[in-house]
Ligand binder design. Sequence first.
Ligand SMILES: [Zn+2]
Length: 559
Amino acid sequence: MNWRRPLISVETLVAVATLYLLAVVNGPFWRAAMAGRDLASLRDAGFALALGALVGALHFVALGLLSTRRTVRPLLALVVIGGVVAAYYMDRYAIYLDRAMVRNILATHYDEAIELFSTSMVGHVLLWGALPAAALWWPRLKPRSWQRALGLRAAWMAGAVVMAVAAILPVFADFASLMRNQKEVRHLVTPGNVVAALAGNAWGRAARAPAVRTAVAPDATLAPAWTQRSRPAMFVLVVGETARARNFSLNGYERDTNPALAARDVVNFPNVTACGTSTEVSLPCMFSPFGRRDYDEDRIRSHESLLHVLARAGFQVQWRDNQSGCKGVCDGLPQVQLSRAQVEGLCPEGQCLDEVLLHGMDRVLADARGNLFVVMHQLGSHGPAYHRRYPAAMRRFTPACEKDDLRLCTPAEIRNAYDNSILYTDHLLGHVIDLLKARQDRYDTAMLYVSDHGESLGEGGLYLHGIPYRLAPEVQRQVPMVAWLSPAFRQAFGMDEACLRREAQRPVSHDHLFHSVLGLLDVSTKAYERSLDVFAPCRTPVTAPAGGGARVRPPENAH
Ligand SMILES: [Zn+2]
């Protein structure tokens, strides 16, 4: 055998690499595209060839545009190794590499990413990625003048396009129906899917999310009365997930789903309407000054949130998450992602129970200097696998649906599992209050809990949530809300609790959150609207001069 290195053109090298990609890293694509077909039939074999020609030509043209004698080897090596890694995970986890998935991967923390590097993956990538990539350096590349290289390249690329069109035309009806019925298969075309998703995310980010959010309440400061408070405030806002008002015993539900809250002297708000029926809508909306009454998603997403205003006023803000992040609400502020933490006993099967939100809180509270505002974003009652949202100790309502597919359970079992998850949220909130109680000697502490949206549990044949707002049933829109204010907090901020218990009966909504928190924490800004502050009617303005204790009571029924 002659081991002299062969002399080939750049185009030949790109073509060989393209064929390799088609054959080796597109298993998931071929399986999905050819599902239900039989390669032994002439028609289906022709369809496979045509698909191969099309996908191959697309990759060839894209790579051809970027390849020179200098760049072709590193480029192809990157594409081959990247493709092999992508295919490995697509195969193993049956994922589609679309924009959202790539965004998730990019947002994955280093320690989570490192878990994915198994020995089998490294071996697989060495064999199918690194070895062929190294082989790219074996052949020598023909030197050409740039004019000639340009002409040849154009001819090759035109040839590839003509071949793809000629191949797809005879099977076009078949191809069109594949694109119509199984549009997602395009996310399996590797490595084109990775490049398209990366580019789509970069473009989407540049086009939609402004680098700098428009300031909300640029004048926000602590009100003058703060000079009279001797102790800092410590506030925990718990953002619930998929908890509906109806299943809280505090709201009259026949089952005892709130034993912990009932034992802790909380103020319950029985009539609260969510801004949306999904996390994506509700979360940005409830933290914005605009809310549902003036709903404009672009405006909400391009402006700062309540948290930015609190940070500007001098609060230390921290977002703790056991879910899918803060949806921009905490951009640029300290965040702790805990959903994939590895905490003994709290994180079975890689997904943590909500008590993980308390993990490390002792440290946060101990390290706090000045006023602290912590948000805990629960996984709550996120379905359909309600049974994964609570530990065995909370399995009080039985038999509970233990399947991830709700269709395999009876309505009673589904309700049992859901109620157990509510019971666990109640347990968590009890914990948070106890944590704050333990600090009330040094801080004025308070907690507010409100869910992002409700849930359908089979009423009217509906399950889960996300029905367009105007059409959504009440169970998806009515959410629980509960406040707990330590006695010292009530005193320092002039809150009349008996008054608050009366006021809490009135209908309120997520629109009230922004203004109520600013009001409650005595943050002064022109952006504050008193009419949307649920606490305002029960607050005695703390305006006494230094040394004085005289406080002016507001007139009863000020609203
Ligand atoms: Zn949600």
